[in-house]
Ligand binder design. Structure first.
Ligand code: UQ1
Length: 470
């Protein structure tokens, strides 16, 4: 089942065919109402505990979460031909499925948030048993899951892939500032807030633009600076920012990050640091946003240093993120709250019939949809081996990727594996350096990946750098 087409050939052909001239969107009015990010609540609802502890239904495999990982894994399992209808259950309370990697493009005015979402029900094969419900608790010792409404699901194999939670409240004043249309504060990290990013960029004519990144784990660690580089390019093209003379420009730009460097992988970090300096962007390293007070951002500093306050006219804020409470409080979690799986096999370290990949997992790599393309086939092969009483047969090498938008029309395609070691699909194949931003990569990011995601990846037939899965 997991024979693949020679990988990069198909992808590179697609990349070549996508060369078109990039467009910067025209200025638009400041119109649509942005709702507060209340819908970013965790997947579980706090209902009273159910009195019954009997298994209501049983499935061969229960998959918790129908995001990029849950849809890939459950459809790849189904495609193995080894399951009857309803053998595999998929559990998720969501109505909508979002292509989250596209929200940077919404922040840049290149796509609408509506075109990036689908009704979740329409993405689920009818041969899967779909429970549109949250999970309250796991009982891995007894092989069942308790749903939010109190029903229990028994399983032979359990896949835990519910993603992570965005904690807007982790930054004092942020939920209120995001909900306030006039605040100049926005974030590409939520459906409710990503449109406001572009409207704020369009509206800014002078002043200080601050872009932040928290200390700690977030989804796609390159995304906070993607938002900045597109805004930078927008203002540069509008004559509002001159990289050669930023101090005299109407707009000044600063990047405030909780980390000591621009990016976690040395090769790409060096290229991005040079870009920051060449573009006259101020770097505030080890500055961790903790509060938004009107038009002032407050940053914590490490080592007991004094807090720093900075005035802003535009703030792109990235909240802290972490595991859902129902995972963190379960026997499946490690000390940090992530599902405690083996780095190579994706199998749980204590419960041999439990598996995890994606954002909720402990896999020590960058949390991206690209990572799922490599993780899901490994999990599926090893789970199928376990059902056949065989040892794990496939190994995950930590592959992940961050297509880093550096301007309208250009992307630096960072691809790497465990240890921060580059693993470049096109670099290895075509002999090019992927730290150099390119137009072909921009069209992969903007056009090809969203297309292949909804047409193949969510259906279980896309293996990322490996190409299509037959
Ligand atoms: C990928 O397959 C994918 O998913 C569709 C992405 O979007 C989320 C990516 O960002 C990347 C890098 C891949 C990997 C595929 C290739 C061809 C490098």
């Amino acid at each position: 089942m997991f024979r693949t087409r020679p990988a990069s050939a198909a992808c590179a052909a697609a990349a070549r065919s996508l060369l078109a001239s990039p467009a910067v969107p025209a200025r638009r009015g400041f119109a649509t109402v942005t709702t507060p990010p209340a819908s970013a609540a965790p997947a579980t609802s706090a209902k009273p505990a159910a009195p019954v502890i009997s298994t209501t239904r049983s499935h061969k495999v229960v998959v918790v979460g129908a995001g990029a990982a849950g849809l890939s894994v459950s459809h790849q399992l189904l495609a193995s031909g080894q399951f009857a209808p309803d053998d595999i259950a998929l559990v998720d309370p969501a109505t909508w499925h979002h292509y989250q990697p596209g929200w940077t493009l919404v922040g840049a005015g290149l796509k609408t948030r509506e075109e990036l979402r689908r009704e979740l029900g329409g993405l689920v094969d009818p041969k899967l048993k779909f429970y549109r419900e949250g999970v309250r608790a796991f009982a891995p010792g007894d092989n069942y899951v308790t749903l939010a409404g109190g029903d229990t699901l028994g399983y032979e194999q359990l896949v835990v892939v519910p993603g992570i939670h965005i904690d807007y409240g982790s930054i004092a004043g942020l939920p209120e500032a995001l909900a306030d249309l006039g605040s100049g504060v926005s974030s590409i990290y939520g459906y409710d807030t990503c449109e406001k990013v572009f409207r704020s960029i369009e509206a800014l004519e002078r002043g200080v633009a601050l872009f932040t990144q928290p200390a700690g784990v977030i989804k796609c660690a390159g995304a906070p600076q993607k938002a900045m580089w597109l805004a930078f390019d927008y203002w540069r093209r509008a004559g509002l920012y001159d990289p050669k003379n930023p101090a005299a420009s109407p707009i000044q730009i600063a990047f405030a990050t909780g980390l000591p460097v621009m990016f976690g992988v040395p090769k790409y970090s060096a290229a991005l640091e040079k870009m920051r300096q060449d573009r006259g962007v101020e770097g505030l390293f080890e500055h961790d946003l903790v509060a938004v007070e009107g038009r002032t951002a407050v940053f914590a500093r490490p080592g007991g240093k004094e807090k720093v306050a900075r005035k802003f006219d535009l703030l792109h804020a990235v909240p802290k993120m972490g595991p859902h409470a129902f995972v963190k409080s379960s026997p499946l979690a490690n000390d940090a709250g992530y599902v405690d799986v083996d780095d190579t096999t994706t199998r749980h370290k204590t419960f041999a019939n439990v598996w995890s990949v994606g954002d909720a997992s402990s896999l020590p790599t960058s949390k991206t949809a690209a990572a799922i393309t490599s993780q899901a086939p490994v999990l599926v092969r090893n789970l199928l081996a376990a059902l056949a009483r065989q040892p794990p047969a496939a190994a995950y090498d930590g592959y992940t990727s961050c297509p880093l938008l550096t301007e309208y029309g250009k992307v630096m395609l960072a691809e790497f594996k465990y240890g921060g070691e580059p693993k470049e699909t096109f670099g290895d194949w075509l002999g090019i350096d992927q730290a150099v931003p390119r137009r072909a990569f921009y069209h992969l990011k903007k056009d090809f990946f969203p297309w292949v995601y909804y047409n193949y990846m969510t259906k279980g037939t896309w293996g990322g750098p490996q190409g299509w899965i037959r």
